[in-house]
Design a protein around this ligand. Structure first.
Ligand code: G3P
Length: 216
């Protein structure tokens, strides 16, 4: 499973990119707002740091303006992935932009039928929002499983990019369900490696090692 960082904070992106474990970045209008940066400038900087796909989201809701904005975003760098909302205009824009050779990420996906449609439109990624479904008392993970089954049934190449991930169990369950990508906020990706028994065990090993008086 690939890991994307869900942020527009270039310092965090630099830090995680240095681990060699980062496969891409996703942004959205809320994350651009949080960064306080100009969208084109910050995306250009992120695209220089990261080799993988970097999603930049259009702000338009109508087909023609989505195309205009999508093409403008794609000019920024070769690894830009145009993020579009899963609406009828968004799906139409996805079909056109994909036909032009651009990468696309269909966001705000909350149902298996939406995911089916965006795959038919040739989307590079579909972004089901797990946490926001959980917030409503609907099991977000079931959606990932349904999409996996549908895509496998028809050999759709659209990658499942699990978004709105809030917990470590979300990450584990996504991996179990066969999501292709998980996009994680820096606070969640950090927790992946943490375990109190690892810390405790290491402490004990180091204490014993010190008693041996040896060095390697
Ligand atoms: O990139 C979109 C996304 O991951 C949103 O997450 O926590 O705001 O639902 P959240």
């Amino acid at each position: 499973m690939k890991f994307f960082l869900d942020t527009a904070d270039v310092d965090e992106i630099r830090e995680w990119n240095a681990t060699g474990l980062l496969d891409g970045v996703t942004t959205n209008p809320s994350l651009i707002l949080k960064s306080g940066r100009d969208i084109k400038e910050v995306l250009a900087e992120i695209c220089e740091i990261v080799d993988g796909d970097v999603s930049g989201e259009v702000a338009a809701t109508d087909y023609d303006t989505m195309l205009k904005e999508g093409r403008a975003l794609a000019q920024i760098a070769s690894n830009i992935c145009i993020k579009l909302p899963t609406t009828l205009d968004g799906v139409k824009a996805c079909k056109t932009l994909t036909g032009e050779g651009h990468k696309t990420n269909m966001t705000l996906c909350f149902s298996a039928t939406q995911a089916l449609l965006v795959a038919k439109a040739g989307a590079t990624y579909v972004s089901p929002f797990i946490g926001r479904l959980d917030d409503m008392g609907i099991d977000g993970m079931e959606l990932i499983e349904e999409i996996r089954t549908i895509y496998d049934n028809y050999d759709f190449e659209t990658e499942i990019l699990a978004a709105s991930i809030r917990t470590l169990n979300h990450v584990k369950d996504c991996a179990m369900a066969g999501a292709d990508v998980a996009t994680l906020p820096p606070s969640t990706i950090e927790k992946l490696v943490k375990h109190p028994l690892t810390d405790k065990g290491l402490e004990a090993f180091l204490a014993d090692w010190a008693k041996t008086g040896q060095s390697i």
